[in-house]
Design a protein around this ligand. Structure first.
Ligand SMILES: *Cc1c(COP(=O)(O)O)cnc(C)c1O
Length: 446
């Protein structure tokens, strides 16, 4: 199995030259928060199988929902036809989504959900009655991540992933990221008076006539290392978007479905975006599914006689797949029936207590937590915040050490990410913290 993995599979975001030299870890099964490899070794799934698996593996209600749907039909197209689970889920998600989001456009990954959001925001301006064809550009934040397709990379702000493709991308306007630990303005919250927002306002006022939308990951910039926006930031962004007549696209692909303690992260600041993207946790981590939600106003901008060509000419083959929608529907039912978010609050608090001790470790520069999403930033020098040299691969070494002790996690550079399933028990959460703490102390000293 290992030989064939090395021989045939090209892994994403992975330097295969290194991978080919290492013993691969091959997962065969899972149950709850535990993953089991082909030799029967067990591991805690410390990042929810890349931020997707919110209720744990082999969740009975999800297994049943998918099997039941399988007995009816696995796939039929949503292009010009409809299917039962896609309708039911669209109704349900609109009921619980932030106010004003009334229409659901399906796709199959976070990247496509964002791609769709961008195209909708662009096309709206070209053809809607109150559109403005000059508004063609997008604002996004430094350190942002919105996916890997060309459109979503164009609004991305992580040089390591994105700069290689710069000649393929459309231009987008970047505003400073509220990365408080390394504030671009040398300020600290709350004394900073949101200097980063003054910069954003300047950009908006200068470019209001050419910008259709701002894309933002609400509260947590996930892929750049769990960077947290200070309280009040998101609400101010909403206000600025309103002031300058710019659509707000909330990319909830990472933060949606309970990971920050509420179903949708925009709820923390009572914000309703014009467009919202959902993926990752949407199907409980079972099947690829994504949704782009829009307001009625935006939807109406696409109505007209066929020959006016206002149609949204976009759709992926597996759009609204019935199996995936059945899983997503069952996932929402679990949230409701098992009071997942109520039970989560005590776990978030416990996690917070346990993370306190990490701050005392010599090379832990910053510990960031929002709900069940955690980033532990490791630095060579705590006083100067100097990072480790890239060649040291500290993050990689920490997670390899953790793996030896039964925990699977994945770093973002030198930020150790913890993001267990919402269903994790307190005991498992303790083990996750113990193993991570030991791995960090062992590798870089306490
Ligand atoms: C993961 C992620 C995406 C991309 O999702 P894929 O399913 O990997 O295409 C987009 N936006 C955010 C905020 C993400 O975290």
């Amino acid at each position: 199995m290992e030989i064939d993995d090395r021989k045939y599979v090209w892994h994403p975001f992975t330097q295969m030259q290194d991978y080919e030299k290492e013993e691969p870890l091959i997962i065969e099964s899972g149950n709850g928060c535990i993953l089991t490899d082909i030799y029967g070794n067990e591991y805690i799934d410390g990042v929810s199988s890349l931020w997707t698996n919110v209720h744990g593996h082999r969740k009975k209600a999800l297994d049943i929902a998918v099997k039941k749907q399988l007995d009816k039909i696995a796939h039929s197209t949503l292009l010009g036809l409809s299917n039962v689970p896609a309708i039911r889920y669209a109704k349900k998600i609109v009921e619980i989504a932030p106010k004003g989001l009334t229409r659901v456009f399906y796709s199959d990954s976070g990247s496509t959900a964002v791609e769709i959001a961008l195209k909708i925001a662009f096309q709206y301006q070209q053809q809607a009655e109150d559109g403005n064809p000059e508004k063609k550009k997008f604002i996004s934040l430094h350190n942002s991540y919105h996916g890997d397709t060309i459109g979503s990379v164009s609004v991305g702000g992580i040089d390591l992933f994105h700069s290689m493709y710069k000649h393929l991308l459309f231009e987008s306007i970047k505003a400073e990221s509220p990365y408080c630990y390394r504030c671009a303005f040398g300020k600290s919250y709350p004394g900073c008076n949101f200097e980063c927002l003054s910069g954003l306002e300047e950009i908006m006022s200068t470019h209001a006539n050419e910008v259709t939308a701002m894309v933002i990951e609400p509260l947590v910039q996930g892929a750049s290392g769990m960077l947290l926006q200070p309280p009040g930031y998101l609400k101010k962004v909403r206000e600025l978007c309103d002031r300058y007549n710019i659509f707000m696209i909330a990319d909830e692909v990472a933060v949606g479905f309970g990971k920050t303690g509420k179903m949708f992260t925009c709820e923390h600041e009572d914000v309703a975006p014009d467009i919202m993207t959902l993926a990752k946790g949407i199907s409980g981590g079972y099947l690829p599914l994504a949704a782009t939600l829009t307001t009625e106003k935006i939807y109406k901008g696409f109505l007209g006689k066929y020959e006016e060509f206002k149609t949204f000419f976009h759709g992926h083959t597996y759009t609204g797949n019935p199996l995936a929608c059945a899983a997503a529907l069952a996932s929402l039912k679990i949230f409701e029936e098992e009071k997942v978010l109520d039970k989560l609050q005590a776990k978030i608090e416990h996690f917070k207590q346990r993370l306190q001790s990490f701050k005392a470790l010599d090379n832990v520069g910053d510990v960031r937590q929002c709900g069940i999403m955690v980033g532990i930033e490791l630095v060579a020098d705590k006083d100067t915040k100097e990072p480790f040299s890239t060649g040291k691969r500290i993050g990689q070494r920490v997670i390899k050490e953790a793996r030896k002790h039964g925990l699977i996690i994945r770093p973002l550079g030198d930020v150790i990410v913890l993001m267990p399933p919402l269903s994790i028990s307190i005991d498992e959460l303790d083990r996750l913290c113990d193993i991570t703490y030991e791995a960090i102390s062992l590798l870089i000293g306490g």
